[in-house]
Write a protein that binds this ligand. Sequence first.
Ligand code: ZN
Length: 117
Amino acid sequence: MSEKYSYQKEWKEHRKRQKTFWLVILGYIPIALLSLSLGYFYENNKIIGVASSSLWVIFLVIFVICGIRLQFWECPRCEHSFHRTWWWNNIFSRKCLHCKLPKYAGSSFGERGKVEL
Ligand SMILES: [Zn+2]
């Protein structure tokens, strides 16, 4: 690995966490459709109601875990949370909220990979 891509491994982990987070958000749609259709077809069935509620609880737990994993991802340069400070967090930030390292700097991902360190 060249010096130019010194943070490649760290950004790869970030992309993995980000993709997982968005896949979980997209998972809301089939879970909502399943839950609505179960509620429609089995309106008075308590077992189906409990199963549907459990599905939502599992979804929320996975959503929270993935969100926390993304928020607490450490910046490869300063090793603080990239998307989070003690008073503010932003999972859409394009640079580190501590050292201002641009997203994907030091990696081959996207146009930001061309940013010099
Ligand atoms: Zn940083």
